[in-house]
Ligand binder design. Structure first.
Ligand code: KIV
Length: 295
């Protein structure tokens, strides 16, 4: 029996077990009740309420404008919808950089108010002391290395990271520092497959890849990329459905039906009895109504 076949809630301990047993960990983002319901029904082990929310749901050009309030609202929607998957909330830009006290307080809100089972934050050695403090406070932490979108202005774009040996060595050191600090898993985003496979071998905690090859312990993808709702499909993703086209066709049919008078149909309506209609007509004009004198 592995985590995939069970109906028991997935926990950080399940992640550790899956690393040991070699069962791939499947994670997908979700941001609201419908996407969470679909992710759970599809059998995902974990749901990331990612700050990709900013781009794929809220229409921002980057993840930077996403607020803690955004994350609380969307995490709560996901957490109250699912029962089995582990729900991880991203800590948005600015919610953990200013001070460790603020960071812990913000992470506590994501667990206590929104119902997340853990948080994810970006960065390596420089955030390790913070990760240690959060874990000591009872907050499970997932790390995030490689392309860290909250640092887009430092990197100058969304490019594959750790292609050179020096940066790849730094990536391994960052991953080991996160593990030593108590992180329960690390996301590796847009790093060469060979580098991700080495990091995965070096770590006792699972790596979850996105654009990091098949050698990671698990994979995470953005829901909207998988179903064709993000406008384009990044190279690291695969589109399993053209939902935008299908949904547009469905809504066009609705628009046409309303305009042609074929919707709503008889079966979409409810009816009042003849007596009620007669009583209503007798009561007209109703005082204060449009036809009432003085209007
Ligand atoms: O916000 C997000 O969706 C993420 C994934 C890309 C890992 O951080």
């Amino acid at each position: 029996m592995n985590a995939r076949s069970g109906s028991e809630r997935v926990t950080v301990a399940t992640f550790a077990e899956m690393k040991r047993s070699g069962d791939p960990i499947v994670m997908v983002t979700a941001y609201d009740a419908p996407s969470a319901r679909v992710a759970e029904a599809a059998g995902a082990d974990a749901i990331l309420v990612g700050d990709s929310l900013g781009m794929v749901v809220l229409g921002h050009p980057t993840t930077l404008p996403v607020t803690l309030e955004d994350m609380l609202r969307h995490t709560a929607a996901v957490a109250r919808t699912v029962t089995r998957p582990l729900v991880i909330a991203d800590m948005p830009f600015g919610s953990y950089q200013a001070s460790p006290d603020d960071a812990v307080a913000n992470a506590v809100r994501l667990l206590a108010e929104a119902g997340a089972a853990g948080v994810k934050l970006e960065g390596g050695r420089h955030v390790a002391p913070l990760v240690e403090r959060m874990v000591a406070a009872g907050i499970p932490v997932m790390g995030h290395l490689g392309l860290t979108p909250q640092s887009v202005n430092v990197f100058g774009g969304y490019r594959v990271r750790a292609k050179e040996a020096a940066e790849a060595i730094g990536l391994v050191e960052d991953a080991l520092a996160l593990e030593a600090a108590g992180a329960f898993a690390v996301v590796l985003e847009l790093v060469p497959a060979e580098v991700a496979a080495i990091v995965t071998e070096e770590l006792e905690i699972p790596t979850i890849g996105i654009g990091a090859g098949a050698g990671c312990d698990g994979q995470v993808q953005v829901f909207h990329d998988l179903v064709g709702l993000s406008g384009f499909t990044p190279r690291h993703a695969k589109r399993y459905l053209d939902a935008e086209r299908l949904m547009t066709e469905a809504l066009s049919a609705y628009v046409n039906d309303v305009r042609s008078g074929s919707f709503p149909a008889e079966e979409n309506a409810s009816h009042a009895s003849e007596d009620v209609v007669a009583e209503l007509e007798t009561a007209l004009p109703i005082a204060g109504g449009r036809d009432d004198e003085g209007m």
